[in-house]
Design a binder for this molecule. Structure first.
Ligand SMILES: C[S@@+](CC[C@H](N)C(=O)[O-])C[C@H]1O[C@@H](n2cnc3c(N)ncnc32)[C@H](O)[C@@H]1O
Length: 227
C-alpha cells in the first residue's frame, strides 16, 4: 500500500476517540465557527431519513456518527471501515442505540473487501471522496454502482469548497493534521463544489441532486441511471 494511504489509515485509527469533535467545530475543522458545523449537522440529519432505508451500507463509516439520524427505517446496516478503532466507536454507538442486532460491522478496505453486488437499497458515503484522487473516486463509484440494487439510493456528505474555505485551506493538497496530544500526520484532502458533484454525476450516469450546501458541508443524493 502506498505510504500516503498508510498515513491516512493510521491517522484515522489514532484519531477515532476524538473524531466526533469535528462535528461541533473542533479537531481539524477549518472554519472557526462551531455553530456552523452544528447547524449543518442538524440540516443533514433532518434529510437522511428521506433517503436511507431497507438494507443499508455505510461505506468508510468511521465512528458511525450519522447512524442515530438514519437507522430507523433500516432493516439491516452494514458498516465498513479500515480502522479497528473507528469501528470500536461505531460498535459502541450501535449498542447505545440498541440496534446491534441489525448491524454488521466489517473491518476492511472498501476497494478490496468483497461486497455483494446488487445488495443494498441505500448507501451513505461520508467524507471518503475527499480523501480519494480522481482515479480512486472513479473506481469507488463503480463499486458503489455494483453493490446498490437498481434504483438504490446513495447519499454523499463531504466538505464544501467556498471562498471562505479558500482563505484557510488549499482546494486539493496534502494537509498537516494534529491530534489533541500534538501527534502530526499528513493526509490528502480535497473539497467539492456543486459543479464537481454535477460533473461526477454526468461522468458516472447518475441522477444526482445537491440537497444541502453550506459553509462547511455539501450533501448530494441520487441513483445510478439503469445500464
Ligand atoms: C473522514 S472519516 C469519515 C467517517 C464517516 N463516514 C463520517 O461521515 O463521519 C474517513 C473514514 O474513512 C475511512 N477510510 C478511508 N479510506 C478507506 C478505505 N479505502 N476503506 C475503508 N475505510 C476507509 C477511515 O478509516 C475513516 O474512518
Amino acid at each position: 500500500m502506498p505510504e500516503q494511504k498508510q498515513g491516512l489509515y493510521r491517522y484515522y485509527d489514532e484519531r477515532a476517540e476524538e473524531y466526533d469533535e469535528f462535528y461541533s467545530g473542533g479537531g481539524p475543522a477549518s472554519i472557526r465557527d462551531p455553530e456552523a458545523y452544528r447547524e449543518e449537522v442538524r440540516q443533514i440529519a433532518a434529510l437522511l431519513p428521506d433517503y436511507i432505508a431497507g438494507k443499508h451500507i455505510d461505506l468508510a463509516c468511521g465512528t458511525g456518527f450519522w447512524i442515530p439520524y438514519y437507522h430507523e427505517k433500516c432493516s439491516q446496516i452494514t458498516l465498513i471501515d479500515q480502522s479497528e478503532q473507528m469501528l470500536r466507536q461505531c460498535s459502541l454507538r450501535a449498542e447505545r442505540l440498541g440496534i446491534s442486532h441489525k448491524t454488521l460491522i466489517i473491518r476492511g478496505d472498501v476497494f478490496a473487501h468483497p461486497l455483494l453486488n446488487n445488495r443494498y437499497d441505500s448507501a451513505l458515503i461520508g467524507f471518503l471522496n475527499s480523501h480519494l484522487n480522481d482515479a480512486e473516486e472513479n473506481r469507488f463509484l463503480k463499486i458503489l454502482r455494483e453493490i446498490l440494487r437498481p434504483n438504490g439510493r446513495f447519499v454523499i456528505i463531504d466538505s464544501v469548497w467556498t471562498d471562505e474555505r479558500g482563505a484557510v485551506r488549499s482546494r486539493d493538497s496534502l494537509q498537516k493534521r494534529h491530534l489533541n496530544d500534538g501527534r502530526e500526520y499528513e493526509i490528502y484532502k480535497r473539497y467539492f463544489t456543486k459543479k464537481d458533484f454535477e460533473d461526477m454525476a454526468k461522468e458516472h450516469e447518475m441522477n444526482l441532486t445537491v440537497v444541502q450546501e453550506g459553509r462547511v458541508f455539501i450533501t448530494a443524493t441520487g441513483t445510478f441511471a439503469c445500464s
